[in-house]
Design a protein around this ligand. Structure first.
Ligand SMILES: Cc1cc2nc3c(=O)[nH]c(=O)nc-3n(C[C@H](O)[C@H](O)[C@H](O)COP(=O)(O)O)c2cc1C
Length: 184
């Protein structure tokens, strides 16, 4: 069984990005399991807090889930043409204490995707992530792009992605990523 940990960069209950991860989870091929993590409970990074009380519980719990996975799948919102602070903040915590970054992320496969109501579907946020992901030492999957544009039009009344074309794009993306992980 290949275990992929999906991390949503949105805290919203009705998040398009978390919905994207749920659709990816449903589309996972045989032998692949996608779990979904959210970033609730992670405080803002503060060096004084770290010095006084160490790594917060919510961060340690996420680290354990990352270690238990074979690969990562980041679903990033786009805020003001860049990455959301919530997700960058979580990555900053995950990189602590010093030296942790390479141990936790080094060589770990990661695929990036995102959903937004705009016509560009997180294009700029995904581009902004690339130098950060390089610093983590992850192996970014170069196979396909998944930028779900006009996400609000793909979502049904139940908050799930129902648009057939979008679901096919998601399924193709997940299948491609899963295939890239085979035999690792
Ligand atoms: C502060 C802020 C800035 C935003 N900037 C952008 C943007 O630059 N590009 C974009 O496509 N959407 C932008 N949006 C809209 C988000 O894509 C939208 O709120 C989306 O639903 C967020 O993802 P989520 O549904 O997973 O929470 C912005 C939203 C907020 C709250």
């Amino acid at each position: 069984m290949t275990r992929i940990l999906g991390i949503s960069g949105s805290l919203r209950a009705a998040s398009f990005n978390t919905a994207l991860l749920r659709a990816a989870r449903r589309a996972a091929p045989e032998g692949v399991e996608i779990e979904i993590a959210t970033l609730h409970g992670i405080p803002l990074y503060d060096g004084d807090l770290e010095a006084a009380t160490g790594i917060p519980e919510a961060v340690d719990a996420l680290k354990a889930r990352i270690r238990a996975s074979d690969a990562l799948l980041l679903a990033t919102p786009e805020y003001n043409n860049g990455m959301p602070g919530v997700l960058k903040n979580a990555i900053d915590w995950l990189s602590r204490p010093a030296g942790e970054l390479r141990q936790l992320f080094g060589g770990r496969p990661l695929a990036l995707m995102g959903a937004s109501p705009s016509g560009f579907g997180t294009l700029l946020a995904q581009a902004a992530w690339l130098p950060v992901l390089k610093s983590l030492g992850v192996q970014v999957w170069p196979g396909k792009s998944l930028m779900l544009s006009r996400a609000h039009q793909s979502i049904g009344a139940d908050g799930e992605i129902v648009d057939e074309a979008a679901l096919k794009t998601i399924a193709d993306f997940v299948a491609g990523y899963a295939a890239s992980l085979e035999g690792r």
